[in-house]
Design a protein. Structure first.
Length: 399
């Protein structure tokens, strides 16, 4: 059992700064919303990549740990109650390196995890899919890939009870690295696989089943587009056959980290951009219609570097973005941005201490607030700890 040291961060001393606050969001109240910030991990290095509220009102997070487990580093899952108190923790993996990037609660109230493994499989690394029950015990696991390196970044249970996975492959496809889409049945058996890309490097970071039964993928491409690297949006049918692909960006670097289908059946995509030669990163938000045509795009950030890792549409049809910024208190800080339906900032908050702290995922919670996960080097028991924040609807940790 991994020794978990939980540090409940004092909300009075915790550094939370409003970069800009216009007003509270109409129709959303912060009353009766729980707020807390906690770290999870051991004496080594532990990180969080994805979080979801669970059917019991608690939260499940996944990442990786160097503090315990069977190998060099292992997949790390933490289940907590509504106040962030640990209910169980588990590690998964073999004698080498294993990574967990995404988790979702499944229809049987268990969980599906995707990432990468260097401990088993056909190549130097493979896509790693793990199905666990409500207590975190493994029901089955699968690896996918060829003789070279593969990894999975995002998974979703599909309407037929199976799973769709996206990541990247160096074993198959047209180029050195291509987007890798895998469709499985409910037991992880492959039904079909597809690759997308050109002669250079292309990667899929996030996938969602769309309202028409097909799939939408966000990532980046070096094979197509205007610059060194561009945001890449790929739409397929239910069999993975390409329907359209779009690139977005300028002459420099533009990358997508996450996306969501919006209420109007279009898409919102978040990532990072370098606007000028030699410039630093800014958060990049793109809103498209159902065919991937840009309706508007925005950038956000301060004097330092800023990046968007996660986006969700909110109940007022605006958006909430989580990522990191060097414009805050420390080297990097958690960065939470709330916008209206047109991408205009309503407020932005940073959370963190004097060292590096980075947010990787945000989700809306049932009380109208937000849960955020990532890592902290400023707080906790080890060199780096999984860091989870529960904020109210205004991004605050105190009501």
């Amino acid at each position: 059992m991994l020794l978990i040291l939980i540090v409940a961060v004092s909300l009075h001393s915790f550094l939370v700064r409003a970069i800009s606050i216009r007003s509270r969001v109409s129709g959303e109240s912060s009353s009766a919303q729980s707020t807390w910030a906690k770290t999870y991990g051991g004496a080594g290095q532990d990180e969080g990549w994805y979080v979801q509220q669970t059917s019991d009102g608690g939260y499940i997070a996944v990442g990786e740990t160097w503090s315990s487990g069977a190998g060099w580093n292992d997949v790390f899952a933490v289940k907590v109650d509504a106040q962030g108190n640990v209910q169980w923790t588990k590690t998964y993996g073999g004698p080498d390196s294993d990574f967990g990037y995404f988790i979702q609660q499944t229809s049987d109230k268990g969980y599906i995890i995707v990432g990468g493994t260097m401990s088993s499989g056909a190549g130097s690394s493979d896509v790693y899919l793990i199905k666990i029950d409500t207590k975190g015990d493994t029901q089955w696991s699968r690896t996918y890939g060829g003789p070279n390196a593969e990894v999975g970044y995002s998974v979703q249970q599909t309407t037929d009870g199976g799973y769709v996975i996206v990541g990247e492959t160096n074993s198959f496809g047209a180029g050195k690295k291509d987007i890798y889409l895998i469709k499985t049945d409910s037991k992880g058996k492959v039904q079909w696989t597809r690759t997308y890309g050109g002669p250079k490097d292309d990667s899929g970071k996030f996938v969602r089943q769309t309202s028409d039964g097909g799939y939408i993928i966000a990532g980046y491409t070096e094979s197509f587009g205007n610059g060194d690297m561009d945001v890449y949006l790929v739409k397929t049918d239910e069999k993975g056959q390409l329907q359209w692909a779009r690139t977005y960006g300028g002459r420099n670097l533009d990358v997508a980290s996450s996306l969501e289908q919006t209420k109007d059946l279009g898409y919102v995509v978040v990532g990072g951009t370098i606007l000028s030669e030699g410039g630093s990163y800014d958060v990049y938000l793109i809103k498209t219609d159902a065919n991937g045509q840009v309706q508007w795009s925005k950038t956000y950030g301060g004097s330092g570097a800023d990046w968007g890792n996660s986006v969700k549409q909110t109940s007022d049809e605006g958006y909430v973005i989580a990522g990191w910024t060097t414009s805050g208190h420390g080297g990097m800080d958690f960065y939470l941005v709330k916008t209206d339906a047109k991408g205009e900032i309503q407020w932005a908050k940073t959370y963190g201490g004097p060292k590096d702290d980075s947010a990787r995922c945000v989700q809306r919670t049932s009380d109208g607030g937000y849960v955020i996960v990532g890592y902290t080097e400023s707080l906790g028991a080890g060199k780096r700890d999984l860091y989870m924040i529960k904020a109210d609807s205004n991004g605050d940790l105190e009501n």
